[in-house]
Design a protein around this ligand. Sequence first.
Ligand SMILES: [Zn+2]
Length: 287
Amino acid sequence: MSHLFQVGAGSGGIVVLDLLARDPRITRVTLVEPDVFKPHNVYRHLFPASAVGRPKAELAAEWLRERRPELLVDVLPIDLTAPENQAKLESVVADCDVGVCAADNEPAKYHFDQLLRKFRKPWTLGEVLSGGIGGWVHRFTPDGPCYGCVASHLQRTATDTPAAPPPDYNDPNGPVRETAIPASKASITVIASLHALVTLDLLEGQGARGMGQVRIGLLLPHAPCPLPLSLLVTLARVPGVFDDPYRTVRFRVPRSLACLLCSAVPVATGEDLDAALDQALDRLGHG
Ligand SMILES: [Zn+2]
């Protein structure tokens, strides 16, 4: 019995949601998705052209109920970051077991991280790189690094990994992001499927409120809670970016003691603090 809290039911988010909701361990879903289904969404989405003009949240709820009539589904067609929605969102997060972030913008990712960390809930994030040349799946745990730690770490090491340098995917002005080439449905589905698997792995580690430990008639001991992880998957050869397609690179990003977003340790004052604050605001898009 697990309650999934998900933000985003776009072309990737709906695949993650569909795969997770088919798992019997998931018994309740709360989905935040304020968008309306538009004509250009049809190519890469599960919903038909006849659904254009309807709220994605409503369409997602119908999709899930048709496949799992017993699943409890709540949809919130609201903005995740709007101040007036925070009381409602906090009550949902307090009750959930795992979070899935399938938002496509940085402020929403930072906000999701802050919400889930406040209530010490594990969560996952999937990101498809521009053009579908690869993607990331991140797994966050309450005592591990926050999204800010991971974003800073990956930016710093972006040019230091010779095998498969990750593009500066968190920098809106970076070369890969800037081109904003749409990804193929195939690329989106690969990353979304991996995102779903990593999320199920988190639930398994938690014991999923007592379920999920019985396999092929054997009672297994509780699996240890998975560690935080960032996984990069390459899906294309891109000169100067990825040497090979179909490679995976695992990153164990440490929690940054200087992180303004998650660290309880006071950081340096003066210029260091100003620089760190500027950096954090830049990442939030307010720089
Ligand atoms: Zn942090």
